[in-house]
Write a protein that binds this ligand. Structure first.
Ligand code: MN
Length: 203
C-alpha cells in the first residue's frame, strides 16, 4: 500500500486497540500553540529510523528518515514519505506490541514548532505550494534541533525526498545530535527505559 494523504490509510493499517496508538482522527479545529508543530520520533521497528512529521491541515505529514537528521548542509538524508498521522501522534511515546504494524519502541526524540521560510523572488510561498512543488523549507524551533531544514522531493514516484540542513548559524559539520542525544524530548527516557516501562505495565 502506497502512502496516501489523509488518515484513512493510517487507520486501515493498524488496530489501534491492540497497538495503543492514537486514533486516526482529524480535529475540526486545531488547538494548542499558534505555530504549527513538528515532531521527530525515534522508532526501533524492524529497522531503526526517525519519523519526521510536520503539521499541515490538521494532520502530521510524515517521512521516515533512516539515518535521522544531520546538521551538516553537505549531508543529504533520504526521507521516504509515509502515511499522514493524526496530530495526537506527536506526543505518542511507548512500545507498539509485536504483531502490530511498526512494532517496536517509539521515542519523541524532538518536538517543537516550525515556521515556513520558503520564499521565491522575495515573496513567501505557501505550504500548499511547497508541497505541490516538492520544496519545503522550514525553520525548526525544537528542544534539540533549531534552524532551517529543507525537504526536497527527488525522483518521479513522489515518495523519495531528501532532508537537508540549510546553511545558517545552527548548521554544523561536527555536531551529530542523532548520536549524542539519546533521551526523549518529552519524558527524558532512553529507548531502553521506554521499553522497560512498557514491560512493567506502564506506557
Ligand atoms: Mn516509523
Amino acid at each position: 500500500m502506497a502512502a496516501k494523504s489523509g488518515l484513512r490509510v493510517y487507520s486501515k493499517r493498524r488496530n489501534i486497540k491492540k497497538s495503543g496508538e492514537p486514533a486516526g482522527k482529524r480535529p475540526k479545529k486545531r488547538s494548542g500553540t499558534k505555530k504549527p508543530i513538528f515532531v521527530i520520533q525515534k522508532h526501533a521497528a524492524s529497522h531503526l529510523h526517525y519519523d519526521f512529521r510536520i503539521e499541515y491541515n490538521r494532520v502530521l505529514k510524515s517521512w521516515a528518515v533512516p539515518k535521522g537528521p544531520s546538521l551538516n548542509p553537505a549531508t543529504k538524508r533520504l526521507a521516504m514519505v509515509t502515511d499522514d498521522h493524526p496530530m495526537s501522534y506527536a506526543k505518542f511515546e511507548g512500545v507498539i506490541p509485536p504483531g502490530n504494524y511498526g512494532a517496536g519502541t517509539v521515542m519523541v526524540w524532538d518536538i517543537g514548532t516550525y515556521k515556513n521560510i520558503k520564499e521565491k523572488n522575495g515573496k513567501a510561498v505557501s505550504m500548499r505550494e511547497c508541497f505541490k512543488r516538492g520544496t519545503v523549507e522550514i525553520f525548526l524551533s525544537g528542544k534539540k534541533l533549531n534552524g532551517g531544514f529543507a525537504l526536497i522531493r527527488t525522483g518521479s514516484d513522489g515518495d523519495h525526498w531528501l532532508l537537508i540542513k540549510m546553511r545558517d548559524e545552527y548548521a554544523s559539520a561536527r555536531k551529530n545530535p542523532v548520536n549524542t542525544e539519546k533521551k526523549s524530548a518529552l519524558t527524558g527516557r532512553t529507548m531502553a527505559q521506554i521499553k522497560k516501562d512498557a514491560q512493567d505495565g506502564g506506557s
